[in-house]
Design a protein. Sequence first.
Length: 334
Amino acid sequence: MPASTALSALLCIDALNAAGQPRNSPLSTVMAMANTLESSRHAWVIRGQSHSRRANSWPVWFGRNTAEKPLLYLHSAASSAQLCALSDQTARRGILCNSIENQLSTWPKGAQPSLPLWLSTHPHCTPYDPACAEEARAIVLEGLRRLYVDGMPGFYYLALHDHEYSMPLTARQRKGALKGMYRITPDGPAEVRLLGAGRALEAVMHAAQLLKQDWNISAQVWSCPSYTRLAREAAAAERWNRLHPTAPRQGCHLRDCLGDSQGPVIAVTGYPQAIVDQLAGYVDARFVALGAGTVQVSAPSRYWIVVSALRALANEGCIDLQQVETAMARYPLE
């Protein structure tokens, strides 16, 4: 990585830190960060799709500039074809921020099903679905450091919703968010673990309250800004352990977080279920994946999350199946 690029990134980080920490929605937070970066003149801030068809090894917007600078691209891509073209145009570099889920659409989170699948399988992409403003801010800052100071190849992707959800994070939680997950509820035993990403985290939080209030069942709640990053690290660790049977086993963040209990794990996303299915082989407990299309067209409601948690506990022999029937009759399931 050229020294000038690293210096530009460090100046961007300094400017963002000096600007303070807005606590609104992920989208408004990143828009404010974009304004700061644009004013600093140490980064490229691109808003909207480029209509240029010129083929080049680097985006045409950079004109006569030859040195790479941090790139923040604000766009609204609904399909994998649009996102693929955009990533090709940026030479698979930068921080790509997609606000498509804030537009009216028949698709879950505004994106065609191919888009999240493309994100999860693209080797150069590190995708995130932040739930709150502080997660989004931490991810952008990490992207600037990892891509342009450390020189990591590839690009970051953020799905940005505009729903305000205030959730101050500790330094430990911010570090966990960058790795893919962190615990929200206090430390302590729980009968079930609930995982949520993006806007789905709010439904997960409400489901945990209902489990306690209506069924006297305690739940851990984890925010998971990147199911894909968790799955990739777990797969890499498993492969390394398979190839080095006599060496000390490598761990992964997913197992470090969930390995201290055998309680069922319910993982929820606003994307199709396949996104959380990535974790199934690496969770050493009963695992239930819930996404758009699993039980209803949109993301699972708090009530479906409660019913799914109760069913998992019943399958483990922890509660009676009659409680699941009672819950299904009690809640407004659609």
